[in-house]
Write a protein of this length. Structure first.
Length: 433
């Protein structure tokens, strides 16, 4: 598939409007015809039938909990309208001239595309076709400022000493870590390419040492940088270009599999990758603050489960945990998805839950922050994150729990959760006063 096609922006810009406009124009063309009673009856039946099929399809998906999350209301409307349009197009293939048949076929295609774009925007997780397909089309980002030779913590918060230089760009940059800069596994795990975000303050001639965040997306998914990049640029714009350096890394190995956040014979050393390989790479490549206070492990949904597990098991690496609509443990959404990891060993499965891990590290979390957020309308992950926050607080974390208003387990819940997390973390990381 051509790279330009994979990189088409399906959220902002002209593409959605072009597709929606084409679908609407085709529908109008199909309706401009002599309104004979037979055709009107047939078209009405087709439109109503199509709308019902679309509506009932979404109702079935919701009732059967096919995707583990409720469908946003906008999905129901897009599906209803889309199938109604397709119904009209199909019925227009009969008793019509050749050109109208062509328009009907184009209408089916345009309506399906318009419906897909609308549904994607309702979930608000993927920006491009590449994101939807899990294909990383980003070019490499390299030429990082070398690490500092001293690991001494700053005497003052960076926000108090930082003056943005004239050469600082307005926005951060992001790209893939590949070639000589690739993040590789030392324990048999085969991650997909990680991506990295450098804030404006990291792109000047002599950048300061900055905090670092390692972030994981959900399942299904891939290391999609756009949700985190959008939030980081938003915060950097408000804080003189200051933001953490962010690595968006892969905890899955494939779009639809679940290694359970742990090392296993089935999938290799995913936990080693995140808690040995990535920290080692960061220290050798990036100008970051070395104190765990400035290191955050974060994730969304499945990635949130891994973030909680890693932050609980490795408090000497990660000083902060941030989850947005995170699962409370690996396999929460679908226990069968991790059977390959544990081979039916329920005791091993339970031992990898944060509750068990936290109990193994009494007193280790003093001075650590943990932020748990979920959509206020998310009936599944809202209560789950409230329970996770209670566990973390009981173990000694300084804990924040937040419900994102009017959000479910989709993009608004992710974005709102990240915004709350960094609102809490920015003063701790020295990025705001």
């Amino acid at each position: 598939m051509p790279r330009w096609l994979l990189e088409l922006d399906l959220v902002d810009g002209p593409v959605p409007w072009i597709v929606w406009g084409l679908a609407l124009a085709c529908l109008i063309a199909l309706l401009i015809r002599p309104l004979r009673r037979r055709w009107v009856v047939r078209a009405s039946i087709a439109v109503v039938t199509g709308a019902l099929v679309g509506w009932l399809l979404v109702v079935f998906v919701d009732v059967a909990d096919v995707f583990g999350v409720p469908m946003p209301d906008a999905v129901k409307w897009w599906t209803t309208v889309g199938f109604a349009a397709i119904g009209l197009a199909i019925v227009s293939l009969w008793d019509s001239r050749w050109w109208r048949k062509i328009v009907a076929i184009v209408t089916v295609i345009a309506s399906a595309l318009a419906m897909g774009i609308g549904i994607n925007q309702a979930f608000a997780l993927d920006r491009t076709l590449g994101d939807i397909l899990g294909i990383n089309t980003l070019g490499p980002l390299d030429h990082f400022a070398p690490p500092l030779t001293t690991a001494d913590p700053p005497s003052k918060p960076l926000a108090e000493t930082w003056t943005p230089p004239a050469d600082m760009p307005a926005h951060g940059r992001f790209g893939s870590l590949s070639g000589a800069d690739a993040l590789t596994s030392s324990a048999g795990f085969t991650p997909r390419k990680a991506t990295i975000y450098l804030p404006p303050a990291a792109l000047v001639k002599d950048p300061p040492a900055l905090p670092v965040v390692v972030f994981m997306m959900g399942l299904p998914g891939y290391p999609n940088p756009h949700p985190m990049v959008d939030v980081m640029n938003e915060f950097a714009a408000k804080h003189d270009g200051l933001a953490p350096i962010v690595i968006i890394a892969d905890q899955l190995d494939a779009q639809d599999q679940n290694p359970g956040c742990v090392d296993s014979a089935a999938y290799g050393g995913v936990e080693t990758y995140f808690n040995t390989d990535i920290p080692h790479w960061i220290r050798g490549h990036l100008r970051v603050l070395q104190d765990p206070k400035y290191w955050t492990i974060a994730g969304y949904s499945n990635g949130g489960a891994c973030a909680f597990i890693y932050g609980a098991r490795h408090p000497g690496i990660w000083g902060n945990i941030a989850t947005a609509s995170g699962e409370p443990w690996a396999g929460f959404g679908d226990p069968k998805s991790v059977q390959k990891v544990y081979r039916g060993d329920q005791a091993a499965f339970d031992a990898n839950k944060p509750e068990a891990i936290l109990a193994q590290h009494p007193g280790a979390y003093a001075g650590h922050d943990a932020i748990f957020a979920a959509g206020a309308l998310d009936r599944k992950y809202g209560p789950a994150n409230r329970a996770s926050a209670a566990l973390a607080e009981a173990a000694g974390f300084r804990t924040t729990f937040y419900l994102v208003p009017n959000a479910t387990h989709t993009g608004p819940g992710l974005r709102g959760g990240l915004e709350k997390a960094f609102e809490v973390l920015y003063p701790r990381l020295g990025l705001s006063r």
